[in-house]
Design a protein around this ligand. Structure first.
Ligand SMILES: NC(=O)c1ccc[n+]([C@@H]2O[C@H](COP(=O)([O-])OP(=O)(O)OC[C@H]3O[C@@H](n4cnc5c(N)ncnc54)[C@H](O)[C@@H]3O)[C@@H](O)[C@H]2O)c1
Length: 384
């Protein structure tokens, strides 16, 4: 297939991952970019060989058929709506919208216009998460009965250059990092049937310690410590702890418990990592993830560890899927379901009850074995 011309709206912190990903892809080409701060768009355009323009001009560019929305969460729904109104498919960073009602409207508009919506996270398509899915689908731990997930840290104000949005609607550990965890749980176990939770705010204000805004205060408008329970349609139930109020802990990202054994799944913020399995109460055994695509470490973290980071493969899959006329994996329907779960947790806490989840997306098709973006172009990429 010829490369699909994409435009990028939002040229902030995460945009480099997308520009770099596009530069090394034959499926897409990042031709245009825009930002409210035009100088940021110009900077990225110069670095990556794209053309900086206004948002209106980008949306009017007939050559562009998919636009990536990398704005802040509170702007996601409005920017995605404008992209769809302009007749272009949208792939948005998570969350799909700051509120479930807005996310629903985005999908309704896309449906009415016959356009696609894709949404990060796409880390569930990484080798470790696909290997874990294969182990469950092959019955290696029997029927999944329960599990525990944890995403716990001290927050975001010590590293992000402009961390305010993390503590406003659309942010917080549930909407900001939760999508990685909920999406991977749905990839592993299928859709969620109901949720309950207790959600609290650890601090009313956070002090920024990262530059250039060190010393400034952020009013916290979202819950920053949440303990929830998810019951899946399959009957499995999983506890989730999501917090930005913790200095130190010993919790693992995921433990999945089946009738015949247990499975340890690594942090779904990354594409690779160690997957371990036990046969009943036997020793933990490493699960080989080599045969799956998108698991080889390719980026150093700030601590110097190498991690697998293939952010934007969800977009590559969507571009290839549009060309082939098949469903894409990091779909709007999947993201809407995670939004319903995330908002449901807050509602459950506010009202002291269980919240029934109504949407029922298909589980995304597993990725074929292989390596690199070619897997999206294979005929068996359609396999469900
Ligand atoms: N930074 C990360 O490591 C990271 C990782 C994964 C996902 N994300 C997600 O990516 C999104 C962006 O995060 P970021 O860290 O790049 O934020 P950022 O604040 O660094 O960048 C966002 C950019 O969007 C621009 N913008 C905001 N509203 C706009 C509008 N209406 N039209 C045009 N431009 C607009 C801003 O001017 C800014 O340059 C967020 O949803 C975030 O959750 C970020």
């Amino acid at each position: 297939m010829p490369p699909v011309a994409i435009g990028i709206i939002g040229c902030g912190n995460i945009s480099d991952s997308y520009f770099k990903g596009a530069a090394s892809s034959k499926i897409v080409s990042a031709t245009t970019c825009a930002d409210l701060k035009h100088e940021l768009a110009e900077e990225k355009a110069e670095t990556y060989g794209a053309k900086a323009m206004s948002v209106d001009a980008l949306l009017a560019d007939k050559a562009v058929s998919i636009v990536i929305n990398l704005t802040v969460p509170l702007a996601h729904a409005e920017v995605s709506r404008r992209i769809l109104e302009a007749g272009k498919h949208v792939y948005t960073e998570k969350p799909l919208a700051a509120r479930l009602a807005d996310a629903r409207q985005v999908l309704e508009l896309a449906g009415a216009k016959g356009l696609r919506v894709g949404s990060a996270p796409d880390t569930f398509m990484g080798a470790a998460h696909q290997a874990a899915r294969r182990a469950i689908d092959d019955g290696k731990i029997g029927r999944v009965v329960a599990g525990a997930a944890a995403v716990i840290s001290r927050g975001m104000e010590h590293w992000h250059p402009n961390p305010e949005f993390f503590f406003k609607p659309g942010g917080g550990p549930i909407l900001d990092v939760g999508p990685y965890y909920f999406t991977q749980l749905i990839n592993l176990l299928g859709p969620v049937a109901r949720v309950t939770a207790v959600a609290t705010r650890g601090l009313p204000k956070r002090t920024v310690t990262s530059e250039p805004l060190a010393g400034s205060l952020i009013d916290v408008e979202v819950a920053t410590s949440v303990n929830g329970v998810l019951e899946f349609v399959s009957g499995a139930n999983v506890t989730l702890t999501a917090s930005w109020d913790v200095w130190k802990h010993t919790r693992l990202p995921f433990e999945i418990y089946g009738t015949e054994g247990s499975l340890l799944v690594p942090d779904p913020n990354f594409f690779g990592g160690d997957v371990e399995i036990s046969e009943q109460d036997g020793d933990w055994q490493a699960v080989d993830i080599e045969a799956f695509p998108f698991g080889t470490p390719n980026r150093p973290t700030s601590k110097g560890d190498m991690v697998a980071d293939y952010r934007m493969i969800g977009l590559l899959d969507m571009a290839a899927a549009i060309h082939a006329g098949r469903p894409h994996r990091a779909s709007g329907a999947l993201a809407l379901h995670t939004m319903e779960v995330m908002e449901g947790l807050q509602t459950a806490s506010d009202t002291g009850r269980h919240v029934v989840i109504e949407t029922r997306p298909e589980r995304p098709a597993p990725l074929p074995l292989g390596s690199g973006e070619e897997v999206f172009l294979q005929a068996d990429s359609k396999a469900a």
